[in-house]
Ligand binder design. Structure first.
Ligand SMILES: NC(=O)c1ccc[n+]([C@@H]2O[C@H](COP(=O)([O-])OP(=O)(O)OC[C@H]3O[C@@H](n4cnc5c(N)ncnc54)[C@H](OP(=O)(O)O)[C@@H]3O)[C@@H](O)[C@H]2O)c1
Length: 204
């Protein structure tokens, strides 16, 4: 697949880790942040990757992108989707944000309500960010379970493969809760096994 233009909203643990992997894979990544000039996290990322990263406003990053990755706090999702709803028309959106403390962790319903033509995907939210900085595991590549709108699989699977995982599709966006069940499992297991932990299907 040709290189993609990716908007990564948020330059924190998860946005920074994923964005750096996609830059390394040759994609064009623009990080969208609320305050591009003053964000300490944005400045730290620029110091790290230099001119390979573009840091811009959320609106500009979305406008220029083929794929928009939401790596911002769950509580910022509704407003960010509402403000940028028009610009999200027809775009592939990957919801990595977890609405921790709310009954539903994903933002599928908000996208359906405010940006219904966006092609929704839920991926990368089930593992701690450390597993995207280093995705090597004993026993080979781990599986990344995801959902995405029909037709968007090739792009989503490219982005999953580019961070070192084998993509496993669980259905379309309306199955996002199934992905989130694995997030709950990851939280529970990481208390025993630590945060460098991922999942893998094994068959005879
Ligand atoms: N940490 C993990 O291991 C992990 C794993 C999977 C999923 N997630 C999910 O990923 C999301 C980000 O987590 P994180 O650990 O990366 O958080 P983080 O390190 O605190 O980074 C959050 C980023 O979002 C930006 N941000 C905050 N509010 C924003 C807004 N309204 N508009 C645009 N940007 C905004 C912050 O910018 P400023 O710093 O400039 O304010 C920062 O760059 C959360 O929803 C989390 O649940 C996290």
């Amino acid at each position: 697949m040709a290189n993609l233009r990716i908007a990564v909203l948020g330059v924190g643990n998860i946005g920074g880790s994923l964005g750096k992997r996609w830059i390394a894979a040759g994609h064009q990544v623009a990080f969208g942040v609320a305050n591009p000039e003053t964000s300490a996290k944005a400045q730290a990322l620029t110091a790290d990757v230099g001119e390979k990263a573009t840091i811009t406003s959320v609106a500009q990053a979305i406008t220029d992108a083929d794929v928009v990755v939401f790596a911002i706090p769950g509580k910022a999702m509704d407003e960010t989707i509402a403000v940028n709803a028009d610009a999200l028309t027809g775009k592939l959106v990957i919801d990595v944000a977890n609405r921790v403390g709310e009954p539903v962790f994903n933002s599928y319903a908000t996208f359906q309500r405010l940006a219904p033509t966006a092609q929704y995907a839920r991926a990368f939210n089930t593992l701690g960010w450390e597993n995207f900085v280093d995705s090597t595991f004993s026993g080979g590549p781990a599986d990344m379970f995801y959902v995405s709108a029909d037709g968007s699989q090739p792009t989503v699977e490219t982005l999953i493969s580019d961070v070192g995982y084998r993509p496993v599709r669980l259905g379309a966006g309306d199955q996002a809760d199934l992905v989130d069940a694995l997030l709950r499992l990851w939280f529970t297991l990481s208390r025993t096994y630590g945060r460098r932990l991922a999942f893998k299907i094994v068959t005879p």
